[in-house]
Design a protein around this ligand. Structure first.
Ligand code: GLY
Length: 310
């Protein structure tokens, strides 16, 4: 049974733009078409690459800028049939970090490459270059920086507080996908520009297998979004998959893992999951999560809420 689930980020926003919903559903279409050419792995890679290219999510072309005003991108991908995985962190010049993560998985002995080493691999394989940030993203950077500097202390919590006060797209937009194909293979992929105004060199959960991304054919697949520092501390994606391995439904696995995380730290996060029977779930501690899924015979629609965990 082919099943594809996609997300466009845990959100503090009230309502995502029509364009974001449209691009999310277009990513689903692209991923479903990729099933026909290949496997769950193709489907998650293509769906995530579409969202990276769209410019409306915090990934690829639309990525948040760090404290120096530079985009540093993270991504990862995992094949549940073999537990092979690839990931990249802190890449500044690559348009589609998810494709680079796939190359790390397929063409190197490694799992995670960062910075210049990852970019070297991208240039060997002639991956497309990331364009410079748009004028509106540079303006957004200046606005956020001046707000942050006006009211120290200079902590991530302060940054989140600012978004709670002013709204905006701070957490809106890490992208991810999980899939199950007709052969029973599961896959997961995640990509992000990370947190606005993060320190240069910061790597989030989206680059870390087990934290932002995990897939295991025996249990399920999971992609996470939200504040990476929280997801890293509990190995969130692996926790969700482990619970499915123990027989939990995707919904119960997502809820349990997020509840456990909330006991540790109250930050906005979210997960999507699919299990080996094709059951799907989306859950969030953030007010919203932009997500959708495709299953044969069902009409997909962009959803802004899943199971809210508090
Ligand atoms: N979850 C994306 C990040 O924290 O980088």
């Amino acid at each position: 049974m082919d099943v594809l689930v996609v997300h466009g980020g845990a959100g503090l926003w009230r309502s995502p733009s029509r364009r974001a919903k449209r691009e999310l559903l277009a990513a689903l279409d692209v991923g479903v078409a990729a099933f026909r050419r290949g496997s769950a792995l193709e489907a998650v890679e293509e769906a995530v690459a579409h969202m990276e290219n769209s410019g409306v999510f915090n990934a690829g072309v639309g990525s948040a800028l760090n404290l120096e005003g530079v985009a540093e991108l993270d991504a990862s991908i995992m094949d549940g049939s073999s537990l092979r995985a690839g990931a990249v962190g802190c890449v500044r010049t690559v348009r589609n970090p998810v494709k680079l993560a796939r190359l790390v998985m397929e063409h190197t002995d490694h799992v995670l490459l960062v910075g210049e080493g990852a970019e070297l691999l991208a240039s060997v394989f002639k991956l497309s270059k990331l364009p410079p940030p748009s004028r509106s993203r540079r303006a957004e950077y200046r606005r956020r920086l001046s707000e942050l500097l006006e009211k120290p202390p200079f902590f991530m919590e302060r940054n989140i507080e600012l978004v709670r006060e002013h709204g905006g797209a701070f957490l809106y937009g890490t992208v991810g996908a999980v899939a199950l194909d007709d052969n029973g293979n599961l896959a997961a992929a995640t990509s992000t520009g990370g947190l606005w105004l993060k320190l240069p060199g910061r790597v989030g959960d989206s680059a870390l297998i087990g934290c932002g991304t995990y897939a295991d054919n025996r249990g399920g697949a999971c992609s996470a979004t939200g504040v990476g520092e929280a997801a890293i501390r509990v190995c969130l994606a692996k926790r969700v998959v482990d619970l499915m391995l123990r027989g939990f439904s995707p919904r119960r696995a997502c809820r349990t893992a997020l509840r456990e995380m909330l006991e540790l730290v109250n930050l906005p996060n979210a997960v999507i999951a699919v299990d080996r029977r094709g059951g799907v779930a989306a859950a969030h501690t953030s007010p919203h999560l932009l997500w959708s899924y495709w299953r044969r015979g069902e009409q997909p629609r962009a959803r802004t809420r899943g199971l809210h965990v508090s």
